[in-house]
Design a protein around this ligand. Structure first.
Ligand code: NI
Length: 140
């Protein structure tokens, strides 16, 4: 962790009022906390652009296991990437639909490739990759 630095920001009052209202709704106790989180999120998104960086994330998928042998293909595809898939949560939502949350870790390019394969699979109704980082460069 680095030393604490303070900086001034000039902002239009209308914009600042909207910002204060939003961060209050989100439960921030002050502007500094909100701005720190925004900076971290921006840095994580920039890190994700570097395909060689090792990052972590989750792939959340909703699929109907009856269609297109989706459950079988999902398992086969995940086994093909066992080095990057470190955990998987499967929930039987109802008689037909399944939710999977797949935890992935690896080079950004590999993770994006796996996410595209799984989300693009026949029978998958919705999918989303959420990325983050272990954040060596991010301080609390
Ligand atoms: Ni299921």
């Amino acid at each position: 962790m680095g030393t604490l630095s303070r900086f001034g920001v000039s902002v239009d009052s209308v914009l600042l009022d909207k910002f204060d209202k939003l961060i209050t709704e989100k439960g921030y106790s002050n502007r500094s906390e909100a701005i720190r989180d925004m900076i971290r999120d921006y840095l994580v998104r920039e890190e994700w652009k570097d395909d060689t960086r090792e990052l972590v994330g989750t792939i959340t998928i909703i699929y109907n296991h009856h269609t297109y042998e989706a459950a079988k293909k999902m398992t086969k595809e995940q086994h093909a990437h066992y080095k990057q898939i470190i955990s998987c949560l499967h929930v039987h939502l109802d008689a037909e639909n399944c939710l999977e949350v797949i935890v992935v870790k690896g080079a950004a390019s590999e993770i994006k490739h796996i996410a595209n394969e799984l989300i693009g699979m026949k029978g998958v109704m919705h999918g989303k990759l959420v990325t983050t980082t272990t954040g060596g460069s991010l301080v609390s």
